[in-house]
Design a protein around this ligand. Sequence first.
Ligand SMILES: [Zn+2]
Length: 204
Amino acid sequence: MDWTEGDFIGGHPVLDFLNTAAGRTKQRDVERLVDFETFLKWSCVAGIVSESEVNALTDRLHRDPTGAGTALSDVCRFREALHGCLIAEQAGSEWPEDAKALVISNLRDCLAKAQLAKCAASYEWSVSACETDLALPLTRLVLETEALLRSDDLARMRCCDRCSWLFIDRGRGPSRRWCSMAACGSRAKSARYYQRKTGNGDER
Ligand SMILES: [Zn+2]
């Protein structure tokens, strides 16, 4: 599948990653990371891996399809656990226990593999660019998660009124309610219009 601008509305690569699941409802029942190659393409567009890393990893995945299948299930398991935690965080609730344990164990494993590298005036965790481990894109996303959890962006995180997508609300005015006006905002508005016309419906 081709990833387009509308797939990157989260305002943070980790939220864009969480938004690779689900259709336009609260149910996360549409899986868009259908295979590891699709995830690699997404990671490249998202700036998580470079094109040369994608080429090296694509060679690797063709040599090791079973490993790629396992790596993809790790990716989707981490994504859904983190989504559960951030939905709870955004609602002001405790993180669900199992999901929290999985997120923490991923954070610990990835930090153990990472090096502390200087980036402009500060430091950040990174993993080697010459790495051809199929876990490379996920490792980088986990390290990005670690940074997100410690950043001010977390307080500005919102969940779309209509679907399960998360985004950082950087606007100064009233809170942004939808992941995007084109995808969910206009549907919410047309549903309200329909309700006014017919006098019924079940607006959320
Ligand atoms: Zn939405």
